[in-house]
Ligand binder design. Structure first.
Ligand code: CP
Length: 353
């Protein structure tokens, strides 16, 4: 049985993830065969933060399944602008739609929304926390090219601190005996809870600062944008932007069968000349997002109905200023044990800080 909501891809077991990848692969081969699979169903897309790919690929996915879509892409055009809480918006819209996809700038917003949603809700990105449907897109792309998601050497480069796509992808691929090479400045390294997870997984990991030196050994290079919107000041962003730029010269050092992925949008971190290289797969990857989301919507609509619940223990309010509990004050604080930490550590159940 699929869970009521998809906040984190880790909530699905390996068979469920494989089922979605297999279904996405079938859909990719013959998308027309699936038209009508969601006839009469409505997807609501609630985007509190800008998006091109995620929002439009969710909408395309539902339309290609024969369903319909409602929603907003700017909360200021909804009653959020009049002060409506996240909980109330979700209560209302989940009464109109059969399934929700929500993006929000605050970490843990999807978990918070799932407590009030009467229908399944899918996390379409919650601040710098997670982006599970991008991970499904990434897995569909890697599987399509490499015919496996195991035993690969995977480089992840750029903003590993704020890049929600990185966090979700690491959580998934660390279960599959892959080797990781993390390429970042010290300021933009992975959050502690992801480092704990990696250590517990037993995966081989390298932490380096040079893309040029790392590239020759990689099977997959996952480039990321420096997430300007997550920085406390323009000055701090300026210090980090353009540290890593993938260009044709660096590609000369890479394996012939390297694949270059990027969740997009890109700014300056991949030069346009690389687009012509057959190893640059980021536009193909974005197209795979439709198949991945079609498969996920179909599976989620088979899942449980009813609201999600908190499972942790209560405590003080989370101190992460980017946690959804910092702006939606009615949310009850809740903490769970970090099963991967070597010393007892409690994580906020919403944002995992
Ligand atoms: N990859 C991704 O999430 O892109 P958007 O921000 O355009 O949705």
């Amino acid at each position: 049985m699929y869970p009521h909501s998809l906040i984190d891809l880790s909530e699905l077991n390996a068979n469920q993830v494989q089922d979605i990848l297999s279904l996405a692969d079938d859909i990719k081969k013959d998308p027309k065969r699936y038209f009508g699979a969601c006839e009469g169903k409505i997807l609501a897309t609630l985007f509190y933060e800008p998006s091109t790919r995620t929002q439009m690929s969710f909408q395309t996915a539902m339309l290609r399944l024969g369903g319909e879509t409602i929603g907003f892409d700017n909360p200021m055009n909804s009653s959020v602008s009049k002060g409506e809480s996240l909980a109330d918006t979700i209560r209302i819209v989940s009464g109109y739609a059969d399934i929700l996809a929500m993006r929000h700038p605050f970490e843990g917003a999807a978990k918070a929304a799932s407590l009030y949603a009467k229908c399944p809700i899918i996390n379409a990105g919650d601040g710098g926390h997670l982006h599970p449907t991008q991970t499904l897109t990434d897995l569909v792309t890697i599987f399509g090219e490499k015919h496996t998601v195991s035993g690969l050497t995977i480089g992840m480069c750029g903003d590993l601190k704020n890049g929600r796509t990185v966090h979700s992808l690491v959580k998934s691929l660390c279960k599959n005996n892959n080797k990781f090479v993390f390429i970042s400045t010290p300021e933009l390294g992975l959050p502690q809870y992801i480092l704990n997870l990696l250590e517990a997984s037993g995966c081989k990991c390298e932490f380096v600062t040079s893309l040029e030196e790392a590239i020759p050994e990689l099977d997959v290079l996952y480039m990321t944008r420096i997430q300007k919107e997550r920085f406390a000041s323009e000055k701090l962003y300026e210090e980090q932007k353009n540290v890593y730029v993938l260009d044709a010269k660096k590609m000369l050092r890479a394996k012939a069968d390297l694949i270059v992925l990027h969740p997009l949008p890109r700014v300056d971190e991949i030069t346009y000349e690389v687009d012509e290289d057959p190893r640059a797969l980021y536009f193909k990857q974005a197209a795979c997002g439709v198949y991945a989301r079609m498969a996920l919507i179909m599976k989620m609509l088979e899942g449980e109905q009813g609201k999600d619940k908190l499972e942790g223990i209560s405590g003080e309010r989370c101190k992460n200023p980017n946690c959804i509990t910092s702006i939606e004050k009615y949310l009850p604080p809740s903490y769970k044990k970090d099963a991967n930490a070597s010393v007892e550590t409690m994580l906020c159940e919403y944002c995992e800080h």
